[in-house]
Design a protein around this ligand. Structure first.
Ligand code: PMT
Length: 421
C-alpha cells in the first residue's frame, strides 16, 4: 500500500525538487517559478534537455538556480556515473515543467534515451508534471492518451491554461503563470511531506464514503437522477485508502473503476444508500459526497406508463413525489455518529451561506461547498473549485484536480482527528 504522506506544512524550507526542463518557450515561466520557490527556501536542482538549451542557456539556468544544471547522461567531469539514480534520491519530488508533447510521449512509454528520461525512469519520488505546448498538440489524441497513461502511473498533472500562445494561436496549452506554478508546487510538496503523527491518525480508521448519483425509478424505462459521475467521491475514497485507512465506498451507478484496496458496495436508490450506510456503522469518518436524489416517486409502476397518462389529457402533472431520507442528517444525528462527519453542498446560489446553514442543520464537522455554475462544469469534470467550511472557518481552494482536493480534504480530516482530545 502506498501511504499518502499528510502534513500541515506552511514551512517548506527543507523541501527540495529535482526539476526537468524540456524544450519550450514556457521554460522562461518555469525559471520565474523556480525563483519564487527558492525565495521560500525550497531547494532546486535542474536537469535540462538538449531542446531546453535552445530556449535558455545552461549558464543562465545555473546562475538563477545557483547550481550548474545537469545536461549529459555520460559526463566525465561529473563526480558520479550514477547521476540518473541519485538525482531523484536526494530530493522530495520531481517536477517536469514545461513538459512538451515529445517529453510526455517519452514518459508514457518509458523512453530513457537522455538524462531527463533516465532520471524520470529511475525516480522513486512523487512526480508533478506541467505540460505546455501548442493547442493542437495538446488536444491531439496521442498527447491525451500519453497524459492519461502518465496520470495512471501516479503523476499529478498541472493542467495548462487557455490563452494566446507564443505562436500567436489561441487555445489550451499555455503553462500556468509562474506564481500559480510555484503555488501548485508548494501545495504538492505539502501534500507529500510527512509528519508521522498524521499518518498514525488515519492508519487504523474506518472511512465511509458515499459517491455518485442515486437513481429513483418511475417505471421500467424512466427514472429521476442527476449528473454526478462519482469522480470526486472516488478520488476521496482513493486518497483515504492511500493514507492507510480502511475504506468502504457506497456508490450509486457510475462507470468508474473501484480504487485499489477500496471495498465498494453498489446501490441504486437513496433508500438503498441509506440502508447500506447504516449497515456499516459504526465507522470513524463518514464523507457524504453522493448527489442523493431528494425525491422519489410515490409508486414505481411495474409497466411502462403511457405518455397520455403521464401528462394527463389536460397536461397536468400526475407524478406524485415523496421525500427521500436525508442520509447525512441521519448519520450525524444517530447514536453511532462517526467521530468526523463531512458533507458536501452543491449550490447554484449563495454558496457559502447555504453551506454554513447546511453544516449547522446537518451537524457536520466540515461541509465542502461546491459551486455549481453554468460557466464551469463540475459534474463529470476532472477539476473542481471548492471551499472547506468548518466551525467559523472558510478556506477557499482555487480550481484544482479532484484528486488534489481529495488529498487536501483527507489532510483536513486527519488534522481534526489528530487535534481531538
Ligand atoms: O460526482 P462528480 O461528477 O465528481 O461531481 C461531484 C459533486 C458535484 C456531485 C460533489 O462534489 C457534490 O457536491 N456532492 C454533493 C451533491 C449534493 O447532493 O449536494 P446537496 O447540497 O444536495 O446535499 C448536501 C449533502 O447532503 C451532501 O453531502 C449529500 O450527500 C447529502 N444528502 C443529500 C440529500 C439526501 N437525501 N441525503 C444526503 O445524504
Amino acid at each position: 500500500m502506498t501511504i499518502l504522506k499528510l502534513v500541515d506544512n506552511s514551512d517548506m524550507s527543507h523541501s527540495s525538487l529535482c526539476v526537468v526542463l524540456s524544450g519550450g518557450i514556457a521554460v522562461l515561466k518555469t525559471l520565474d517559478a523556480l525563483r519564487l520557490l527558492m525565495k521560500d527556501g525550497i531547494g532546486v536542482e535542474v536537469v535540462m534537455t538538449r531542446a531546453a538549451e535552445q530556449f535558455v542557456t545552461p549558464l543562465t539556468v545555473g546562475a538563477l538556480t545557483q547550481n550548474p544544471p545537469h545536461r549529459d547522461m555520460f559526463d566525465v567531469d561529473q563526480e558520479s556515473t550514477m547521476r540518473h539514480i541519485e538525482l531523484s534520491r536526494r530530493h522530495d519530488a520531481v517536477l517536469v515543467a514545461p513538459a512538451t508533447a515529445n517529453r510526455l510521449a517519452k514518459m508514457a512509454h518509458g523512453i530513457a534515451d537522455d538524462l531527463a528520461g533516465a532520471v524520470l525512469m529511475a525516480s522513486n519520488k512523487p512526480l508533478l508534471v506541467a505540460p505546455a505546448m501548442n493547442h493542437h498538440m495538446w488536444s491531439h489524441p496521442a498527447t491525451q492518451r500519453n497524459l492519461a497513461r502518465i496520470e495512471e502511473d501516479g503523476a499529478t498533472i498541472i493542467q495548462p491554461e487557455i490563452g494566446e500562445m507564443a505562436c500567436q494561436e489561441f487555445g489550451v496549452g499555455r503553462l500556468v503563470e509562474p506564481a500559480i506554478l510555484a503555488q501548485q508546487v508548494k501545495k504538492f510538496l505539502a501534500s507529500i511531506s510527512c509528519t508521522p503523527s498524521f499518518l498514525e491518525t488515519l492508519a487504523h480508521k474506518h472511512v465511509l464514503v458515499t459517491s455518485g448519483p442515486t437513481i429513483e425509478p418511475i417505471d421500467p424505462v424512466r427514472y429521476l437522477t442527476n449528473h454526478s459521475s462519482g469522480k470526486q467521491g472516488y478520488a476521496i475514497a482513493q486518497a483515504a485508502q492511500e493514507a492507510g485507512a480502511k475504506v468502504t465506498l457506497i456508490s450509486g451507478p457510475t462507470s468508474l473503476e473501484t480504487p485499489k484496496g477500496v471495498r465498494r458496495i453498489n446501490v441504486m436508490t437513496a433508500q438503498e444508500m441509506h440502508d447500506a450506510v447504516f449497515k456499516q456503522l459504526p465507522v470513524d469518518v463518514a464523507i457524504m459526497v453522493a448527489a442523493v436524489a431528494d425525491f422519489r416517486v410515490v409508486t414505481t409502476e411495474k409497466k411502462k406508463i403511457k405518455k397520455a397518462t403521464l401528462v394527463g389529457d389536460k397536461k397536468k402533472n400526475i407524478l406524485s413525489l415523496a421525500s427521500n431520507p436525508d442520509i447525512l442528517f441521519d448519520v450525524a444525528h444517530c447514536a453511532k455518529r462517526p467521530q468526523i462527519v463531512v458533507g458536501f453542498a452543491a449550490e447554484t446560489h449563495n454558496l457559502i451561506e447555504e453551506a454554513k446553514r447546511k453544516r449547522a442543520d446537518k451537524k457536520c464537522d466540515i461541509i465542502v461547498a461546491n459551486a455549481i455554475t453554468k460557466e464551469e462544469s463540475v459534474f463529470g469534470a476532472d477539476e473542481n473549485t471548492v471551499y472547506f467550511v468548518s466551525d467559523d472557518n472558510v478556506v477557499a481552494y482555487e480550481k484544482a484536480a479532484k484528486k488534489q482536493i481529495a488529498r487536501d480534504l483527507i489532510v483536513a480530516i486527519a488534522k481534526r482527528i489528530h487535534k481531538a482530545p
